[in-house]
Design a binder for this molecule. Structure first.
Ligand SMILES: Cc1cc2nc3c(=O)[nH]c(=O)nc-3n(C[C@H](O)[C@H](O)[C@H](O)COP(=O)(O)OP(=O)(O)OC[C@H]3O[C@@H](n4cnc5c(N)ncnc54)[C@H](O)[C@@H]3O)c2cc1C
Length: 489
């Protein structure tokens, strides 16, 4: 029998990423006895890979003279999503972002510094620092330390499976422990925080517009297969806005997408991109907005394209560094020996990276018509000389010729960071059905298990919005679940 069998808690949290940990901490701060279940051996899920949290009207923003307002951000989100967002929910997410940053600073020793996603996006990305470590993994460490300090029961290798509801109220949660034994915890409230479904090919195919064969996960080693969303659906919950948070990337080994590498940095920047017909199809500075770049690539034949550059660009990246960083991990100006990475890929027989002396040989390698590729490169080089892109009006500051020395091509495909969309919730994070009624008393959802935050495409103007939402919604769910459980005592 499981050692967890017959335990009792006021609140059970399913999932130990930033949403679940924030929920557990807040519920405990508000007086509840909490048990948190995490199916992996370690906490953090996708949150360990993220960089920062969206925030406006924070002290950090004030010090950088950024006065971006809730109305501006909200209006942009509505427009960007073509009206598909859940208005009250997104408004709350935006309004509460600064409260969340403050709450983290009050609850833990975490500090933040402000960054921007790309040259076109505002300074709203709050990067956590905890004891000298930075980004999402540092926030998770701070949360785990705080949870331990508060005496929260944190169980790893333990999965939540089913919420038990009797007469319209939550009475327990069924799960599987680290030995594979089933158990039931008696509780009055369950907070679903399992981080979405992007490790399930089946659910990507069933719920989203994406073909799982054409997009690889950045975190293919996690096992986020929609269990939290399915638990809510089993109780009659409505869902909204299923999709993926996509980005442009070079494929790695075994189907996943590279999070970063010198070749990826060179290929994903705003160089020259051609589709599998050998033709340009977009202003490549679309790469400043990664989900938009992913859309442009995904909609091409076979859902991948080729990024092409010359030896001169390799020298530039080695001497001056990147024009477009990869988040704050690899900031603008980072110097890379791209050529070395190209040679390594070629030596390893990668089908994604090629280098040749001539356009016709390169065309042959990547399977495009040599005359078309020649024409595309000549036309592009002509635009660079004229300082005007007649085809896609690309900003001339990011146009460089492709003609000196060796020519390199790297395959650019579409990866995804996480799933988007999920359970419908009220702005208080109660899980609701299609009529807008709670599926039962005591069922809450947060983080990437929630739907209605985006249209069909993630929005980078709110850089860090998912990490912000994870902690914000966790904080709200934790407070509400604790209030309910304490009221019932
Ligand atoms: C490379 C990368 C970079 C990113 N950068 C950013 C960024 O800078 N800003 C931003 O806003 N977003 C970013 N994101 C997205 C962000 O990480 C997520 O939106 C956020 O982490 C969601 O938090 P969460 O707690 O909902 O999910 P997670 O952090 O994924 O946590 C969910 C947890 O639940 C566990 N779990 C799943 N099923 C069960 C179950 N049945 N029982 C128990 N536990 C379960 C999982 O193992 C996991 O640990 C990035 C994602 C990736 C992959």
């Amino acid at each position: 029998m499981s050692s967890i069998q017959n335990r009792e808690a006021d609140v059970v949290v399913v999932g130990g990423g930033s949403a679940g940990l924030a929920a557990a901490i807040r519920a405990t701060q508000n007086g509840a006895k909490v048990i948190l279940l995490e199916k992996e051996p370690k906490f953090g899920g996708a949150s360990n890979h993220a960089e920062g949290l969206f925030g406006i009207m924070t002290e950090e923003a004030r010090k950088m003279s950024v006065w971006y307002t809730v109305d501006e951000v909200f209006k942009h989100s509505l427009e960007h999503s073509h009206g598909l967002i859940d208005g009250p929910l997104v408004r709350r997410a935006i309004e509460e972002a600064a409260v969340t940053i403050d709450w983290i600073k009050k609850s833990t020793p975490v500090t933040f510094w402000l960054a921007r996603m790309s040259p076109t996006e505002p300074f709203v990305w709050h990067i956590p620092n905890y004891k000298g470590e930075e980004r999402g993994a540092a926030l998770i460490k701070a949360y785990v330390d705080k949870a331990n300090e508060l005496g929260i029961t944190l169980l790893t290798n333990t999965s939540g499976k089913r919420i038990i509801v009797e007469r319209g109220k939550v009475t327990g949660l069924e799960g599987i422990d680290s030995e594979g034994n089933p158990f039931v915890i008696k509780t009055k409230a369950v907070i679903i925080a399992s981080g979405g479904f992007n490790n399930s090919h089946e659910l990507i195919a069933k719920w989203t517009r994406f073909d799982p064969g054409r997009t690889g996960a950045a975190t293919s080693y996690l096992h986020k297969v929609g269990e939290g969303i399915l638990m809510g659906m089993e109780l009659g919950a409505d869902t909204r806005g299923f999709g993926l948070m996509t980005f442009q990337s070079v494929p790695g080994d075994g189907g996943e997408m590279q999070e970063m590498s010198p070749v990826m940095a060179a290929a994903g920047g705003p160089g020259l991109w051609v589709n599998t017909f050998g033709e340009r199809f977009v202003d490549e500075t679309v790469s400043f907005d990664f989900p938009m770049a992913a859309n442009a690539i995904y909609s091409q034949r076979f859902s991948f394209v080729w990024s092409i550059w010359d030896e001169d660009w390799c020298t530039y990246l080695k001497e001056k560094g990147l024009d477009l960083g990869i988040g704050t991990n690899i900031p603008v100006g980072t110097k890379f020996d791209v050529m070395q990475d190209v040679l390594k890929s070629i030596e390893e027989g990668s089908p994604h990276v090629f280098m040749e002396d001539s356009i016709s040989e390169l065309a042959d390698d990547i399977g495009v018509d040599p005359d078309t590729l020649q024409e595309t490169i000549d036309r592009y080089n002509g635009f660079v000389e004229k300082r005007y892109d007649e085809d896609f009006f690309k900003d001339r500051r990011f146009m460089r010729p492709v003609k000196k020395g060796k020519l390199i091509a790297a395959r650019l495909g579409v990866g995804h960071f996480i799933s988007i969309g999920g359970l419908r919730v009220t702005p208080e994070t109660e899980v609701i059905d299609a009529m807008g009624e709670p599926v039962a008393e005591g069922v809450y959802a947060c983080g990437a298990d929630v739907g209605g935050l985006w249209g069909d495409t993630y929005e980078v103007r709110r850089a860090g919005a998912m990490m912000s939402w994870a902690s914000t919604s966790g904080r709200i769910a934790g407070a509400n679940a604790a209030a309910l459980a304490m009221r019932e005592k």
